[in-house]
Ligand binder design. Structure first.
Ligand SMILES: [Zn+2]
Length: 290
């Protein structure tokens, strides 16, 4: 078959598998946030959501993005072919621009109500670890197919770059969702360039202003560029999840699968209280705290 992508299967998949095993060991040896739920229950829930959703990535998204890029390349369509730049410039710029379109897509997932219904399934997880990295509703993955394929063609990325980007994208998603406590000085430097576990932990907070920050996927500078960066929240002060979904019994695989078809609840705790941050935060929002 034309779109089996043997290199992706032979090199990309084993690399991602090895990264996932390494991150799993590291997050269990050096925990960043305390768990609030039994890990095995969540693994079952997140695994079920992923099992339904991953085929959409492999058999719809990847071929669609690759096919769109290939067509664009053939007809000299898109931004990059117009530059007439050397190959390495096209690859570097293409990689960065693909990442930028994913930052914008993540914003849309939060701002468009019908997309939020699907992305909510990812956010209602009450813990954040490696397994959350694959907890995306199949509807969210399918919705991303036309957007991401169009963007690949619009940028005019070289078709092989689509596959390379996807491996790095998946690896970085696994990394920043993991519960790995990196040495603080390392993470403080690292988050200047890429999204890190503490940075993404803030995006999964039940405090609305914190969820509405840190949308980047690979490079953290898109958040810096658009002033959506927030690093000034200590991890111990964060409650992970969505305030109106605090009952673990509502997170069975079937309930999660059907969740997008129910009216989303207002951003309030079951008590009616709206979560807020009371402590005085440092003046700068761009300063990572432990
Ligand atoms: Zn999100």
């Amino acid at each position: 078959m034309k779109f089996l992508f043997p290199k992706f299967n032979k090199i990309g998949m084993p690399l991602l598998g090895a990264a996932a095993v390494a991150l799993f060991v590291l997050q269990n040896r050096h925990k960043l946030r305390k768990r609030v739920r039994i890990a095995e229950e969540r693994y079952l829930e997140n695994g079920s959501v992923a099992l339904a959703a991953l085929p959409a990535l492999r058999f719809a998204l990847l071929p669609a993005m690759y096919g769109a890029a290939q067509k664009a390349n053939k007809h000299n369509f898109g931004l990059l072919p117009r530059l007439g730049a050397p190959k390495w410039v096209k690859y570097t710029l293409g990689f960065a621009l693909l990442d930028y379109t994913n930052y914008l897509w993540h914003i849309l997932l939060h701002k468009l109500p019908w997309l939020w219904r699907f992305h909510n399934v990812h956010h209602v997880d009450m813990d954040l670890d490696l397994s959350t990295a694959w907890r995306f509703h199949i509807g969210e993955n399918i919705a991303s197919v036309p957007y991401r394929s169009f963007m690949a063609a619009f940028i005019g990325v070289p078709a092989p770059l689509v596959l390379f980007y996807e491996v790095i994208f998946e690896g970085c998603t696994a990394f920043h969702h993991s519960n790995w406590r990196l040495p603080f000085w390392v993470e403080r430097r690292l988050c200047q360039v890429v999204v890190t576990p503490r940075m993404h932990g803030i995006h999964h907070s039940i405090v609305a202003q914190e969820t509405n920050s840190n949308f980047s996927v690979i490079f953290s500078f898109w958040d810096r560029l658009h002033s959506t960066l927030r690093l000034n929240i200590p991890q111990d002060a964060i409650t992970i999840g969505v305030p109106s979904y605090r009952n673990p019994a509502e997170q069975s695989p079937m309930r999660l699968f059907l969740m997008p078809f129910d009216e989303p609840r207002p951003w309030k705790l079951p008590s009616g209280k709206i979560p807020a941050r009371n402590e005085d935060m440092p003046v700068t929002k761009t300063h990572l705290l432990p």
